[in-house]
Design a binder for this molecule. Structure first.
Ligand code: GLU
Length: 413
């Protein structure tokens, strides 16, 4: 059985600590979240009656700046998952060197089975429960799996009412006309595409001759599919929670996007393709594999069958530590989640800055600034990995943990 994600996160910290240790107290501090909130949220349901939902907010570490990280709505949310995701946010923000710590929230719910009104009441209720523990300079939430700009707008409105003043900078990923940033919606996919572009150069993969399979067609996966196909890569397989499609000569991504929008699943695609399961997609004969769904997808059981030369982790935590080791031994380059998907939080940082300064940047400016953060971060991590003959994940953890430890030590514990 796959380990719980928090155990995976601890194992990843330990691997880096074994190679280039940080101060032992700073390490012990980083192994635990600073604060964990569990809240109950009563929601009036459309059919009459009230349902009580459980939610969490975990503040992992704020040594480098306010805690930062999204809120996930999913039936499988658990406290261990949120703790892992919060830890990864601390490491992620330090890897790309933006002035934040890490946090994460989650609510156990199935938004696919809920009406818009129920989701609004849940989102406002969740914010009422966490409002006194967050803030623009304390902890700044954002979207994650199955949460949207509209949900961020409701939460921001609720927070602003509680504190008695308009406070857009308390949450990021808002709709553009409600203080959101240009380019935030596409940021995770865009940032991941920059990383894939850089990794391709290192591996000598020419985009027009390289095939890509993407697991997950949500905000991150669908945008990456579209950007990568515009960059010239041949996207041959995509999937969502209902299953996937594959055509070795390439899929028409614009058409897949349209079908997904209209019919809710990529498998309704009407172009030439064969159906594949989510598991089969991971083992297809492609050059680049992009897991863009949930945790623990690449495990010790399927890692030996992975044929890609590059695995670019757009999801958080898609590869277990055992699988990581297997991929490293097979000479597969894994660009880790904490780097590959850091575009989302980076543009969240831009959104927060724009809100604080009362500015609005163009999409072009946002994407350029994003590239200027992602590409050097890739270079630093890649160089360290080569120098030490270690996986890029461990290299990123080493860089990030030293940055966090520096901040902990300078503040004093
Ligand atoms: N949920 C995203 C992540 O996992 C974005 C977080 C943010 O923008 O704060 O990185």
């Amino acid at each position: 059985m796959a380990k719980n994600p928090f155990e995976n996160a601890l194992e990843q910290l330990e691997k880096a600590q074994d190679i280039e240790p940080i101060d032992s107290v700073a390490y012990e501090i980083m192994k635990r979240p600073q604060r964990i909130l569990e809240v109950s949220i009563p929601v009036k349901m459309d059919g009459g009656g009230t349902k009580i939902f459980t939610g969490y907010r975990v503040q992992h570490n704020d040594a480098r700046g306010p805690c930062k990280g999204g809120i996930r709505y999913h039936p499988n949310v658990s406290i261990d998952e949120v703790k892992a995701l919060a830890t990864w946010m601390t490491i992620k923000c330090a890897t790309v060197n933006i002035p934040y710590g890490g946090g994460k929230g989650g609510v156990i719910c199935d938004p696919k089975e809920m009406s818009e009104g129920e989701i609004e009441r849940l989102s406002r209720g969740y914010m009422r429960q966490i409002a006194h523990y967050i803030g623009p300079d304390v902890d700044v939430p954002a979207p994650d799996v199955y949460t949207t700009p509209q949900i961020m707008a409701w939460m921001e409105d609720e927070y602003s009412k509680i504190v008695g003043k308009d406070t857009p900078e308390v949450i990021t990923g808002k709709p553009i006309d409600k203080g959101g940033s240009e380019g935030r919606g596409t940021a995770t996919g865009m940032g991941g595409s920059y990383i894939i572009r850089e990794a391709s150069k290192e591996l000598g993969l020419n985009p027009s001759e390289s095939t890509v399979a993407i697991q997950g067609f949500g905000n991150a996966g669908s945008v990456a599919a579209s950007i990568l196909s515009k960059m010239g890569y041949k996207v041959v397989a995509v999937s969502d929670s209902h299953g996937g499609i594959y055509n070795k000569d390439g899929l028409n991504i614009d058409r897949v996007l349209q079908v997904k929008k209209e019919k809710g699943r990529v498998s309704e695609y009407d172009g030439p393709c064969e159906k594949v399961s989510n598991e089969e997609l991971l083992e297809l004969p492609v050059d680049i594999l992009v897991p863009a769904a949930l945790e623990n997808q690449i495990t010790k059981d399927n890692a030996p069958h992975i044929k890609a030369k590059l695995v670019a982790e757009l999801a958080n935590g898609p590869t277990t530590p055992e699988a990581d080791q297997i991929l490293h031994e097979q000479d597969v380059l894994v660009t880790p989640d904490i780097l590959t998907n850091a575009g989302g939080v980076t543009v969240s940082y831009f959104e927060w800055l724009q809100n604080k300064k009362g500015e609005h940047w163009s999409e072009e400016e946002v994407n350029k600034k994003l590239d200027e953060i992602m590409t050097p971060a890739f270079r630093d991590v890649y160089t360290k990995a080569k120098e030490k003959h270690i996986p890029m994940r461990t290299a990123a953890y080493i860089i990030a943990m030293h940055r966090v430890a520096d901040a902990i030590l300078k503040r004093g514990y």
